[in-house]
Design a protein around this ligand. Sequence first.
Ligand code: NG6
Ligand code: CA
Length: 504
Amino acid sequence: MKKEVILFSATALVFGLSAKNKESKPNVIVILADDLGYGDVSANGSKTIKTPNMDRLANEGIRFTNGYASSATSTPSRYALLTGMYPWKNKNAKILGGDAPLLIDVNQQTLPKMMQHAGYKTAVIGKWHLGMGNGNTNWNENIKPGAKEVGFDYSCLIAATVDRVPSVYIENGNVVGLNPNDPIEVNYKKNFEGEPTALTNPEMLKMKWTHGHNQSIHNGIPRIGFQKGGKSALWVDEDMADYFVDKVKNYLVENKDKSFFLYYGLHQPHVPRTPHARFVGASGMGPRGDAIIEADWCIGELLKNLEKNGLLENTLIIFSSDNGPVLDDGYQDDAVEKLGNHKPAGPLRGGKYSLFDAGTHVPFFVYWKGEIKPAVSDAMVCQMDLLASLSKFVEQPLKGNFDSQNVLPALLGKSKKGRKELVLEADSRLAFRSGDWAFIPAYKGPVRNQTGNEVGNLPENTLYNLKTDVGQTENVNSKEKTQLKKIEKRFFEIVDGFYKSDIQ
Ligand code: NG6
Ligand code: CA
């Protein structure tokens, strides 16, 4: 390692970045997996799946045992990550369709804009799911507003999820590989005349659906939403990991002499799970496990290429997942049948869509070769905190209101103190974590949704002590009346004015 880098880094750890070192600011990479559970990573205790590259980030960096997404689904979590705001304060921060307009206000403060102001080049590669265009998008023209207006100099994206149309890559706002003679059209309400769907043409399917996912068929896989045209631009699901890894590799080469902020949105293990043939059978758990192994490979490629370009020692890497795990999320892919003894949520209760802990309590690792001393941290940290924390890291002040808190010392392993409390969201319902306590107000509605996951609707207020009962097995609401009252009061204080729901 070069001498300047050592001196610089030591300063950075104590004071953030000092002005005289502005040129050699460390790069920052945020990797966000899609639906990866706390227990899906071997570093978090799984003996049933091997994730050596995720483990490297965890075991050679800080492995957080209380790392959170702000929400139990993708769009709201990603909104909080990029804006530093609680997603439940924006009524549109719900799971978005592929044709949804840009969710983030173009005038809003964002993490990538803050990094730009601090002199960074910024990029987002992979899953977006924050809407793009104005809601009446012409996919055959440059699509805006989008990632660029949110603060990313470069973007190469899927608009929403792999199970939602349009099934095309969008680079800097343009659909990649589009033939102007076969224009692309998207509709989430009705099909285009004569276009096959999973209902009219089940013989075209190589993967079957269990719920939802019975509209347009691309690559033999039925999707949510209808798409016409754009045939030459359709992605091949099995090649998606390689496609985005190539984009990441190119980005590193092109930007190795600059300071950059890269947000890499992995698409695994979200449905449809379609790992490349190289990974099929790798986990023994069917496509879900294989997709996790593929995601782990993607991280390995990123690390290898950082090393190759001499960037590893000058790059802070933060790894997490947008929400907790789910098995049957709408396709017949043996996720339930081949699970064996694997526990995607580890010791936690619930999963994706859930107010129980596993909805939002996710893998969370921070790695910086040579700078961060390996440790396990129990500090509570949330993805939403990256805005305030990284603003300290790059010494770029923030403006206005935000819910993001500065937990930089915890992220860098300098302190065991994280945030004290955090409001969590699932399907527009809220729960509250305060210290070791987890509080879920009483909600009407089904106990489980169609995935089989417990969503957190229970007829009475529940209180759990996660310190002694990480699996939320014992509701102590009647034993801990004083505690419950205190926590309830504080929860309503925070959410007051924003909070309208089917709370009982
Ligand atoms: C649900 C989909 C699910 C998944 C989820 C979004 C159905 C029946 N289910 O509506 O498959 O796409 O939305 O997941 O359509 S997320 O991780 O991007 O939030
Ligand atoms: Ca997700």
